[in-house]
Write a protein that binds this ligand. Structure first.
Ligand code: AR6
Length: 177
């Protein structure tokens, strides 16, 4: 399973996969960080679809996920999930971050998608501690891969070198066990 996980340092918008995950907010109307990059590169069609989803269900709750087209991106779909904003760790932030990964995998399964790229959800503007976020992400991704044999590739795309180092070290430690 762990051999299906690839740590990549770079820009998630440039990689062709079935779905890239966006670290969105509950409004689904765009923002800064990776959300801004995805909407900028993908074009207005993504926002149009987000608006339709918003009209139907009133945005997206923290820990949940919705799927749209990927517009002009090389990926086929964008899965928008909303990570928790870090307060002090006592407001359910770890469980909510874990739930983001579960929600994304549920959509991959539902839509029959087999390859996905994740950004480091919540670790930018939402300030989730990077090491903790990486542990939660990799533990959950490994567990979900064990349950879903159809997924052939999971990229964890780190924009920052520091995150890439954290993820590589953690994945190596998981391989040793
Ligand atoms: N490719 C991959 N990762 C990226 C890219 C990129 N092109 N750009 C930034 N990152 P953030 P959050 C990394 O702030 O913390 C938005 O305004 C970044 O270095 O994008 O979940 C939303 O609308 C960091 O490691 O998302 C929300 O309001 C990671 O992506 C809020 O920010 C996540 O950082 C969500 O905050």
């Amino acid at each position: 399973m762990l051999d299906k996980i690839h740590i990549i340092q770079g820009d998630i918008t440039q990689i062709a996969v079935d779905a890239i995950v966006n670290a969105a907010n509950t409004s689904l109307l765009g923002g800064g960080g990776v959300d801004g990059a995805i909407h900028r590169q993908g074009g207005p069609v993504i926002l149009e679809e987000c608006r339709r989803i918003r009209a139907r269900q009133g945005g997206c709750n923290v820990g949940e996920a919705v799927i749209t087209t990927a517009g002009q991106l090389p990926a086929k779909h964008v899965i928008h999930t909303v990570g928790p904003r870090w307060q002090d760790g006592l407001h359910g932030e770890p469980a909510l971050l874990d739930q983001c990964y579960r929600s994304c995998f549920a959509l991959l399964d539902e839509c029959g998608l087999t390859s996905v790229s994740f950004p480091n959800i919540s670790t930018g503007i939402y300030r989730f501690p990077k090491q903790d976020a990486a542990r939660i992400a990799l533990t959950r991704i490994a567990a979900l891969l064990a349950e879903n044999a159809a997924i052939t590739r999971v990229n964890v795309v780190c924009f920052e070198e520091q995150n890439a180092d954290i993820y590589r070290a953690l994945l190596e430690a998981m391989r040793q066990h």
